[in-house]
Design a protein around this ligand. Structure first.
Ligand code: SAM
Length: 245
C-alpha cells in the first residue's frame, strides 16, 4: 500500500472505528464509523471562495484529490459546494462510496482517480477549485512538475488550488535518506518533503499566482509527534493565461 502502510487508520486518522450506535449524529455516515473533524484547510478554502463568490455556491465545483475517508468533501458539501471526491481507491472510505455520500448525493460525485496518471485527462470538465491534502508527498519532483501543469489545466480561469504537503521543516526530514528525485526514505516509508521554493518553482513556472501559504503543525493519526506541514494557495489567472515570469 502506497500510503503509510497502516491500512485504513492512515489518512491523518480522519476516522476511527466506533461501536455501532442507534441514533446517528450529524457526522455519522455509517453505523460503524464516525468521521473526525474536517481539516483546517476547509475553512481556509471556504473563506477564499466566499470572498470571490459572484455565483451561487452550488454553481461552484470543488475537486478533492486523494480524499481518503471523505471527511473534507462531506464538509465542503455541507457548506453548500458541489464536490467531486476522488481517490485512487475507496479503501479509506467508511463504507461503499454510494453509502458514505448518500446524504449528500445531490452535491458529491465520486470518481476513482490515480494521481500517477494525467489528472486533466481524468477530469474532463474544469473545476473552480481543487482541494489536495496530504497526497502530493507520495510523488517525486519530476511527477510534481508535470502535475502542476495538469492541475493548471484542470482549473477554470480564476480557479484556486489549496495543497498541503509534508514540510522540509519536519524533524523527520533531517533523519531521512535521500533516494533521488526529491524522495526521502524514513522509517521504511518514502515521501517527498516540500518547501515554498520547490512549490513555487513548479507552480509558478506553469503560470499559477501564489496567493498565500501557511506553515502548521499537526499530530497525524497515531504519530507520537507533530508533523510540520506546508499549505500553499495558488490561483489560475482570471484570463486563463499563464503568468509570464
Ligand atoms: C494520508 S491520506 C490523506 C487523505 C486526506 N486527503 C486527508 O488529508 O486526510 C493519503 C490518501 O492518498 C491516496 N493516494 C495514495 N496514492 C494515490 C494515487 N496514486 N492516486 C490517488 N490517490 C492516492 C490514498 O488512497 C489516501 O486516501
Amino acid at each position: 500500500m502506497l500510503c503509510c502502510g497502516r491500512f485504513f487508520n492512515c489518512c491523518g486518522g480522519r476516522f476511527k472505528k466506533v461501536k455501532p450506535v442507534v441514533s446517528a449524529g450529524p457526522k455519522l455516515v455509517s453505523p460503524q464509523y464516525q468521521l473526525k473533524e474536517p481539516s483546517r484547510e476547509v475553512n481556509v478554502l471556504d473563506q477564499i471562495l466566499k470572498s470571490q463568490l459572484e455565483k451561487n455556491k452550488q454553481d461552484f465545483t470543488i475537486l478533492e484529490l486523494a480524499g481518503g475517508d471523505g471527511t473534507n468533501s462531506i464538509e465542503l458539501a455541507r457548506r453548500g459546494y458541489k464536490v467531486i471526491f476522488t481517490d485512487r481507491d475507496y479503501s479509506y472510505l467508511p463504507d461503499k462510496p454510494e453509502n458514505t455520500f448518500k446524504k449528500f448525493q445531490d452535491s458529491i460525485t465520486y470518481q476513482q482517480l490515480n494521481l500517477s496518471e494525467n489528472i486533466s485527462r481524468q477530469i474532463i470538465t474544469p473545476v473552480n477549485a481543487i482541494f489536495f491534502r496530504l497526497g502530493i508527498h507520495f510523488f517525486g519532483n519530476s511527477r510534481i512538475e508535470a502535475m502542476a501543469k495538469e492541475l493548471f489545466d484542470t482549473l477554470k480561469p480564476g480557479g484556486v488550488i489549496i495543497i498541503t504537503a509534508k514540510s522540509k521543516k519536519d524533524p523527520l526530514y533531517l533523519q531521512s535518506e535521500h533516494i533521488g528525485d526529491g524522495m526521502c526514505k524514513v522509517n521504511n516509508y518514502s515521501r517527498n518533503f516540500l518547501d515554498l521554493g520547490t512549490f513555487d518553482e513548479y507552480f509558478s513556472k506553469v503560470g499559477f499566482l501564489r496567493q498565500s501559504y501557511l506553515e502548521t503543525q499537526e499530530i497525524l493519526y497515531k504519530d507520537p509527534y507533530k508533523s510540520d506541514l506546508i499549505t500553499l494557495i495558488y490561483q489560475k489567472p482570471a484570463d486563463g493565461q499563464p503568468v509570464k515570469t
